[in-house]
Design a protein around this ligand. Sequence first.
Ligand code: XCC
Ligand code: SF4
Length: 629
Amino acid sequence: MANHTDPKKQCSIQPDTLAMYQKARQEGVETVWERAQAQEPQCGFCSLGLSCRNCVMGPCRLDPFGEGPQRGVCGADADIIVARNLARMIAAGAASHSDHGRDLVETLLAVAEGHAPGYQLTDLAKLDRIAAEYGIPADLPPQAKAKELALAMMAEFGIHKGHLTFAKRLPAARLAIWDRLGIAPRGIDREVVETMHRTHMGVDNDPVNILLHALRTSLSDGWGGSMIATEVSDILFGTPSPVASQVNLGVLKTDEVNIILHGHNPLVSEMIYRSSQDPALTGRAQELGAKGINLVGLCCTGNEVLMRKGIPMAGNHLVQELALLTGAVEAMVVDYQCIMPSVGQVSTCYHTHLITTSPKAKFPHAQHLEFTPENALERGREVVKMAVENFADRKPERVLIPVAPVNQVSGFSVEAILGALGGTSAPLLDAIKAGQLRGAVGVVGCNNPKICQDLGHTTITRKLIEHDILVLDTGCTAVANAKAGFKDPGAAALAGPGLKAICEALKIPPVLHMGSCVDNTRIMHLAAALANALGVDVDKLPVAASAPEWYSEKAAAIASYAVASGIYTVLGVTPPVLGSRMVTDLLLNGLKGVVGACFAVEPDPEKAAGLLIRHVESQRQALGLDSRL
Ligand code: XCC
Ligand code: SF4
């Protein structure tokens, strides 16, 4: 692993990253790669999950070689400590997604009550559909319906009786498995809190019981907090449909005011988008010598506005510092999650304003302009104005925009995919049954400096489409694949003959962008719809998931809800569990007999693609379809 962080080795496969990394070295600006290098060798106890600081009788660490201590001060052994640590990791991820979902629900309520002037109910048909799922009377007018929906969703964050509403999208067989295991999620917050409780010293000391609850916690994210975030975002800002755009650092413009939207929640970025269209502000930009105002995205908030508005994407996780190094960014506006604390420091090396917007997420060297549902419209204007005025301070001699942008098509919501197929999943299933399409794989997740940037995503994706497997991507994978050109409709040429023919007929790329990381729930929703249409449980489908370069606690939650929903998931970075043989064996094998799916870990992306292809083909065989095994 150590070599991956050797700066003499390539840190990325992407020309824009490599060029900007060069500039960082020349200008002496520290980046994530130097800091990763400085951490080597990383702590072996922590890497194995064998350290615990859950109480101050500790911290404790257990000896993986069996010579030193085998129990913490309280008596916890390796199995207990590893299981507790993993459960807390998953809970933190579920909490992050779900708290993001809550912010949207609160805004939905504010809109319904008429005190969120910048926001509106944009997709009323979707409001109708979601309200119907929640059993809200169809004949209510939109505002009243939105209010009922917001209140019903809020109730699901707390104590709730029965299943979370969206879990009913799954086949009954799946819910029966959860009930039998006692892992059907109840309240969204409740499962996270219960994880914190169970992992306190002296509560749950059965590693299997801890891990089952960790799965329940992840399900409260996947079929609760994240899915609510996706669906409410669509109601407020519109359900995505195919849209052409561009990607990589080349989307920044030398002659325009550049504003980067970074983070996760579309509540802020949508308001900035609206203000950037304001003639008074574009006029002021022109007075200062700029041709206009250029909004671009980073990470998942970028995915949100790309999916709905076609805003171009500057890059994924490991590009965030490098984007500032172009010297062409007037403002980076952040909400929360995946924003490196270092961006404030990097922004001070240039004229860039770093602007924070959430009371939950303040940063060093940033200016804080807090957004609420009530003030968002006004605040959006203020932020754009600050960026525009800052154009005067740009130093043209320090600007480097290293590459030309790559074209991409984005915006593949479940509605858009089914719409392209004539309104039902039948044509998709027919293509799978006929073997023209072998199956589908969700390739998702982050960048991680332990891995050459985007190598994992693009290697796996290319192998899958060559094998006639449709790739659905989100998050930072989606950006990686777009940069590699896989989302240009011309990329059909890279696919196997079956997938190629489908893409050409429908004029779609072989890699469909389904959104941000909370939008992994779009993939889950599609999988559930396919399972229902086929009359089988999700774990019988020729589908799989992969997180080749994950770093985040949120990714741990996503992978867990995918597996607990019946989807085999291959990780490219080893989670900190190897200190317990029992936990490792449960994740890699035992879960298969329990939830019908398990994890695999394979750092080599070629081999990981092989595992995914083999899984899809063996699922086909089990369904009685032709198989290339
Ligand atoms: Fe963050 Fe969502 Fe990971 Fe990218 S993929 S590094 S979580 S921005 Ni979500
Ligand atoms: Fe040590 Fe147990 Fe406290 Fe963890 S909970 S720090 S293992 S004493």
